[in-house]
Design a protein around this ligand. Structure first.
Ligand SMILES: Cc1cc2nc3c(=O)[nH]c(=O)nc-3n(C[C@H](O)[C@H](O)[C@H](O)COP(=O)(O)OP(=O)(O)OC[C@H]3O[C@@H](n4cnc5c(N)ncnc54)[C@H](O)[C@@H]3O)c2cc1C
Length: 468
């Protein structure tokens, strides 16, 4: 064992410096199995002091650090590069709930807390933490912050950036910035915490966060709704927002192709409607009043929308179990796609009003090049965010198609850019879109980002090869 590894062992103990290939393997590959990396070691500290000492040791030895949370990221951000020169810093053992202040509606947790555990801690105090992703049983708060995660309730509560009040961060030289404030008002200069949110581990290591809590919803109503087309879905969203206000918690668009993959691969999945619809939305209302009569409100709005031709059919959940069954259809799309095989994935956003135009124009432009392209589109249409994934039905054709990923990206991302959108709505850039983003951000914006990186991490040791 070399001196550097001995130093790490002295800090975290021999059991938590993984160098054996089998032990390290799960930390060196991303969730989709697309990126395979190598590392000098995987280090698993259990306290902020240990994280700080490990990062300081890496800084002294000029060794790069790749922070890793639940390793569910979809852009290869948590996977080390293949050169094997860096250390993977797993935050998963840093997983305590530090404080809960119910009157202040705040919860302070360490970075390695799983999202589901954070939701549970809030629930235990009669409060609600709204970030909700299909990966919530595995992803961790540090990863959620570092990717500025979105999910299915952004429409009502915002994304991770909107849910954080303070951060504790180990800087690239090993110093600890204690910014764990619990304030909703604090205008004392630059709001540094926002630099680290969405930074994908390139500016420092988040070790703890103070999060906002909300009153717990006591009533929910969920429906699976067939709509004629995405334009009807956008019109339905607008009319439901006008009628139901912030009670609309989720509004998810699902194309038939996405539902069909779920029906094919996920045990027990059934189409909630009797005739197949090309487009559906999963809509959910929630309220803190237990007797809010949401089911009636939902049915009334859907009936009125149906008279205006915006709704073809709908299944309203009559119980929590039925609601969970509807949600499972939406939440299993990523898993079903993984089973189905490789596809070219896009995580894009445009203003909500331009979603219908995007879907029509992207389909036309792609079919002009690949007439039999299969488009699996779904996502958080209420936030203007679509997962727009492309493949060919035939596996042999698909390999040739995947080899033309750059061409497909150009078609989709150029259109997104024309519509004033973003090529990464919620998953980040990581390794996947690091080169691509240079085409779409202005030189000035890229220069400002590089200057921030140089100011915080002059030696370039934090998660190299990602984001910038
Ligand atoms: C089935 C499935 C569904 C998903 N659905 C959604 C969704 O609806 N919305 C959404 O936004 N995402 C979704 N994701 C993507 C993913 O779950 C999120 O990006 C999540 O926030 C990543 O958290 P993680 O702990 O797994 O982070 P990792 O994958 O471990 O890391 C992600 C990035 O953050 C950095 N990082 C991790 N921890 C820290 C830390 N403590 N300090 C500094 N940097 C750190 C890593 O270096 C990396 O760049 C989904 C993923 C899957 C597999």
């Amino acid at each position: 064992m070399d001196e550097f590894l001995r130093t790490l062992t002295d800090i975290v103990g021999r059991d938590h410096v993984l160098v054996d290939a089998d032990d390290a393997a799960p930390y060196l590959v991303d969730w989709r199995g697309r990126y395979q990396g190598a590392a000098r070691a995987v280090v698993r500290p259990t306290s902020t002091a240990q994280v700080a000492a490990v990062v300081a040791a890496c800084h002294a030895a000029a060794v790069a650090v790749v922070p890793q949370g639940g390793n569910t990221g979809l852009c290869g951000g948590a996977t080390p590069l293949a050169d094997g020169q860096s250390v993977v810093l797993s935050l998963s053992r840093l997983n305590r709930v530090r404080a809960l202040d119910a009157d202040n509606n705040t919860l302070c947790v360490e970075a390695g807390c799983k999202l589901a555990a954070v939701q549970e801690a809030a629930r235990g105090a009669g409060r609600f933490f709204p970030l909700s992703l299909a990966s919530e049983g595995s992803c961790e708060i540090g990863g959620n912050l570092s990717t500025n995660a979105g999910g299915v309730q952004v429409l009502r509560y915002g994304n991770m950036r909107d849910l954080v009040l303070g951060l504790e961060v180990v800087l690239p030289d090993g110093r600890v910035w204690d910014g764990l404030r619990e304030l909703r008002k604090d205008n004392t200069g630059y709001d540094l915490k926002h630099l680290f949110v969405g930074a994908e581990g390139t500016l420092g290591v988040i070790t703890a966060a103070t999060l906002k809590l909300f009153p717990s919803p006591q009533a929910r109503a969920t429906a699976w709704v067939a709509v004629p087309d995405p334009a009807a879905a956008v019109a339905l969203l607008a009319s439901m927002r006008a009628a139901c206000g912030d009670r609309i918690t989720a509004f998810e668009l699902v194309a038939r192709a996405a539902l069909e993959i779920v029906l094919k691969h996920i045990d027990g999945a059934r189409d909630p409607l009797s005739s197949p619809a090309l487009w559906s939305v999963l809509v959910e209302l929630s309220d803190t009043l237990p007797d809010a009569a949401l089911e009636e409100m939902l049915m009334h709005e859907l009936a009125s929308a149906s008279e205006r031709g915006l709704v073809i059919d709908a299944a309203v959940a009559g119980s929590l179990a039925q609601s969970a069954t509807l949600w499972a259809l939406r939440e299993n799309i990523s898993e079903a796609q993984r089973i189905e095989g490789v596809s070219i994935k896009h995580d894009i956003s445009v203003p909500v009003s331009r979603i219908p135009h995007f879907l029509v124009a992207a389909g036309e432009r792609l079919r002009a090049i690949w007439p039999d392209v299969r488009v699996v589109a779904f996502g958080h249409i209420g936030d203007g965010n679509l997962h727009y994934n492309l493949s060919k039905a035939d596996a042999e054709d698909n390999d040739a198609f995947i080899a033309r990923t750059d061409e497909a990206n150009r078609v989709v991302h150029d259109l997104v850019s024309e519509l004033g959108g973003s090529i990464s709505a919620e998953h980040g850039l990581g390794q996947l879109k690091r080169d691509e983003i240079r085409r779409y951000k202005s030189d000035l914006e890229l220069e400002l980002m590089r200057r921030i990186k140089a100011a915080l991490d002059p030696a370039g040791l934090m998660n190299p090869g990602k984001l910038l």
